[in-house]
Ligand binder design. Structure first.
Ligand code: SF4
Length: 495
């Protein structure tokens, strides 16, 4: 049984017609999925299966192969004819459009549909894709009474066994779907005609490439956008970025001198054109004067799960699992290194993390972090979880200072930072000759670290466990070592 469109291809068409066309005729141009994206899809599948427990004992018509929905469509039809009370992955084909509904539940007059999402709210795109599903299901002869989105309740806090009824929220979107229903046939015909065309539509790049989600043909369509472009201007609105781009200004040196930019944006542009480093000695010196030694350079790593794994955790709530710390007794002294990493294997790392941090962080001197909101937020979460450690953890928060400030404020700005104040850009720009670099590491960024440890925590990590642990320690250690180097540089330039 062939179909011309599916829910996902229809949604591509709504986002961008070129995206729909390329997906059908030029699959080879699609970006490769990163392991982080694959993990997100996997989490979605797990959430879907868990939500089935809200309506247990259903007949599951998941296809044996995603290339052949024929048997699923036939089985769904027969099950509905028999009045089967609950159906999972109910498949329908109408007017060349294939859809599969996560859960169908028999009601007095017909069926109610439940589409499961692994997010924490109802988004506009969910309403549009559910409208298509409702259109196909109704036209397949099913009396559909309601469509709801089942999503994760971010206020749910796990205590012991998962409480499925609290983990999920269900919201009817029937009233939002009905007005969209009449517009669907026209769109379906338009997309079908487009797919039969011999040429791809010539849509230009635009906000639609990133919203409501990032397109997987970005590598292809954006290939003419320079590596460092007007899209990298710090804090410039998306509309202004596209305004510049579509006016023919792609690189920073092409921007007209009278184009409205903030002082820091203008500084970024000027620094790129002149290839000069901008330094505000007095502001940096004032920042350094306030520091109290010993300095504890600290960096945390976190993971988050759609379905909370540990007590006290919520959907997507960050869980600290690792820290690195470099301690400097004085400006000149060699840093001493301390670190912590959880045990993985489904063991909650947070209590041991907090206790070792309290021991390692001493009682006086500043605790230096890079982006204070992140580390402070995690310590506050630990305080809520372990009220008996409030005094010690609060004392660490009170000693915190943010090393990001001089770079975010552009008191120190080098063209190599490319408008970013992230440590991954600032460190190589400030210490280009330092022997250790992120590119030399197996784990090179926080999202990979988070993914690797998440899998270790769940027991699904497929690589060498001990090696992965060492890679994580190396990665986090470089973050705090980078902070030591940044501080060193600030002292140097402030004189
Ligand atoms: S990258 Fe942008 S222009 Fe290209 S297909 Fe995707 S949404 Fe369309």
């Amino acid at each position: 049984m062939r179909h011309e469109l599916s829910k996902s291809t229809y949604m591509r068409g709504l986002k961008c017609e070129k995206c729909l066309y390329l997906n059908k005729h030029h699959q080879n141009l699609r970006d490769t999925l990163s392991s982080e994206q694959e993990a997100i899809f996997e989490q979605g599948t797990n959430v879907g299966e868990l939500a089935q427990e809200l309506y247990p004992g259903g007949a599951d018509f998941s296809p044996a192969s995603y290339y052949d929905f024929g048997p699923s469509i036939k089985a769904t039809k027969q099950a509905i004819a028999k009045g089967t009370p609950v159906i999972y992955e109910a498949a329908f084909l109408f007017n060349g459009v294939l859809v599969a509904m996560d859960i169908l539940v028999k009601s007095t007059e017909g069926y109610k549909a439940f589409e499961v999402k692994s997010s924490t709210g109802v988004k506009d795109t969910y309403v549009k894709d559910a409208a298509l599903q409702a259109y196909v299901i109704r036209n397949s002869g099913v009396s559909l009474e309601d469509v709801s989105i089942v999503y994760l309740n971010k206020k749910y806090k796990r205590e012991g066994k998962l409480d499925i009824t609290q983990l999920f929220k269900t919201e009817s979107i029937w009233d939002q779907i009905i007005p969209l229903m009449d517009t669907i046939p026209e769109k379906i015909e338009k997309f079908k005609t487009l797919l039969k065309s011999s040429n791809a539509p010539q849509n230009d790049i635009g906000i639609h490439c990133q919203q409501p989600y990032s397109c997987d043909f970005t590598g292809h369509c954006w290939k003419n956008v320079p590596v460092y472009s007007v899209f990298d201007i710090n804090n410039l609105s998306v509309n202004k970025r596209f305004d510049l781009y579509h006016s023919g200004y792609k690189t920073l040196d092409q921007i007209p001198s009278d184009y409205p930019l903030s002082n820091n944006q203008r500084l970024q542009v000027k620094s790129e054109i002149d290839q000069t480093v901008h330094i505000e000695k007095e502001a940096i010196a004032a920042f350094l004067d306030e520091l109290i030694y010993p300095i504890y350079h600290i960096d945390f790593e976190t993971m988050s799960h759609a379905v909370p794994q540990f007590d006290g955790a919520s959907p997507y709530g960050p869980i600290v699992f690792q820290y690195s710390m470099h301690i400097q007794e004085s400006i000149e002294s060699e840093p001493i290194h301390r670190e912590f990493i959880g045990e993985g294997n489904n063991i909650d790392p947070r209590r041991k993390f907090a206790e070792k941090l309290i021991l390692d962080a001493g009682t006086h001197g500043n605790v230096l972090v890079y982006n204070i909101g992140f580390e402070r937020g995690k310590l506050n979460a630990l305080i809520s979880l372990f009220p008996d450690l409030t005094m010690e953890l609060q004392a660490i928060i009170n000693r915190m200072k943010d090393l990001m400030v001089p770079f975010q404020s552009k008191w120190y700005y080098a063209p190599e930072m490319k408008g970013s104040h992230s440590l991954k850009y600032v460190f190589p720009a400030v210490a280009p000759d330092f022997e250790h670099t992120y590119s030399g590491l197996t784990i090179q960024n926080g999202s990979t670290a988070s993914l690797v440890y998440s899998q270790m925590a769940e027991g699904t990590y497929k690589g060498d466990y001990d090696k992965a642990k060492l890679d994580l320690l190396e990665y986090c250690k470089l973050d705090t070592l980078a902070m030591v180097k940044l501080l060193e540089k600030l002292y140097l330039v402030s004189k």
